[in-house]
Design a binder for this molecule. Structure first.
Ligand SMILES: CC/C=C\C/C=C\CCCC/C=C/C(=O)SCCNC(=O)CCNC(=O)[C@H](O)C(C)(C)COP(=O)(O)OP(=O)(O)OC[C@H]1O[C@@H](n2cnc3c(N)ncnc32)[C@H](O)[C@@H]1OP(=O)(O)O
Length: 291
């Protein structure tokens, strides 16, 4: 799916426009202009994001440092998107590792306090920022690896699933999954689609219906993560793994992209049809109540 988005962002101007409308792209850029990284190795920091870029390897490491649990607030999401935009614009950056500077937690998911009791304008901006993060990671031209060094529920799990590869700390205290159901929330369809693309239909059905959080071992078993390593080795394994991914010629990447793009389009058409059916059904119910 990520590759599919990459392809359409490269090759389909119409869809790019569609996606950019969906994602309100540019809202982050409008706030702070991106800067190109000139040094061989550099480090740039916002309050909540630290990026170390090694120009010799072309690999950047994004450290999420929003205490206590890297919850995805509007401010944090905006910082993430800005950092990503800057890296994306620097063509020498080919790989990105995302990890957490917070102990025991990769990301606690969407910031619940930023969704509750806020103005409609704030909620709209917040929700657009969530979509923007998703699109930017999924549509990135860089190879992305999530170094999941702690728990990663809900939106945190989504963030990791938008990456090409996930390495998780092998600590049974940590968990990962889309647990929205347990919170009394329905996960949006694109959360669901992202999980289907990662672990398949049946596993997603079980995961979402029951709001399951998986231990690292369980997550590995269903393919929610790709590799488990000792807690101390998550970041180094991620950078080693990146070397292997970057050795694959980009052209092959693009070929796979076309296959996945086809699947993604089919999925999108189905989703639109299902939305139309739901609207028609809702109207029918409404009419039958009137008479
Ligand atoms: C505006 C929106 C419009 C439309 C959308 C509406 C609905 C669509 C919903 C979309 C789908 C939702 C996706 C989500 O991501 S919802 C968030 C789900 N997250 C969770 O369930 C995680 C909850 N947290 C935990 O499980 C644990 O905190 C965690 C991450 C395992 C860490 O555990 P631990 O180290 O023991 O830390 P604490 O639990 O003690 O937490 C420390 C501190 O952090 C606060 N906190 C935790 N999670 C969140 C969060 N998601 N948002 C905000 N704050 C969080 C926690 O309350 C503690 O705060 P305190 O002040 O008490 O120290």
């Amino acid at each position: 799916m990520k590759m599919a988005l990459r392809a359409c962002l490269r090759t389909k101007p119409g869809l790019t426009a569609l996606l950019s409308q969906l994602s309100c792209s540019g809202h982050a850029a409008a706030r702070r202009a991106p800067a190109l990284v000139a040094q061989r190795s550099s480090s740039s920091t916002s309050q909540k994001i630290k990026v170390d870029f090694d120009q010799s390897s072309g690999v950047a490491v994004m450290h999420m440092q929003s205490p206590p649990v890297n919850s995805l607030s509007l401010e944090f999401l905006t910082d993430v998107c800005i950092a990503l935009e800057k890296l994306e614009m620097d063509k020498s950056c080919r790989g990105l590792v995302v990890t957490s500077s917070q102990p025991k937690v990769f990301s606690a998911g969407l910031d619940i306090l930023d969704m509750y009791g806020k103005s409609p304008e704030h909620c709209a901006e917040f929700w657009k920022a969530v979509q923007e993060m998703w699109l930017k990671f999924y549509g990135s031209n860089m190879i992305t690896i999530a170094a999941v060094n702690g728990s990663s529920p809900a939106g945190g799990c989504l963030l990791s699933m938008t990456c090409d590869y996930r390495i998780m700390a092998d600590n049974p205290r940590y968990s990962i999954g889309l647990n929205e159901t347990k919170l009394g929330i329905v996960a949006p369809f694109w959360f669901k689609d992202t999980m289907v693309n990662t672990v398949g239909h049946r596993a997603t059905e079980m995961a979402l219906q029951l709001g399951l959080l998986y231990s690292p071992a369980e997550a590995l078993k269903i393919g929610l993560v790709d590799q488990l390593v000792h807690e101390d080795q998550v970041l180094t394994t991620a950078t080693e793994t990146m070397t292997k991914w970057l050795a694959i010629p980009g052209i092959l990447n693009i070929s796979y992209t076309c296959h996945f793009f086809h699947l993604w389009c089919c999925n999108l058409v189905c989703t639109i049809c299902s939305c139309v059916c739901q609207v028609i059904a809702a109207k029918k119910i409404h009419l039958s109540q009137d008479f």
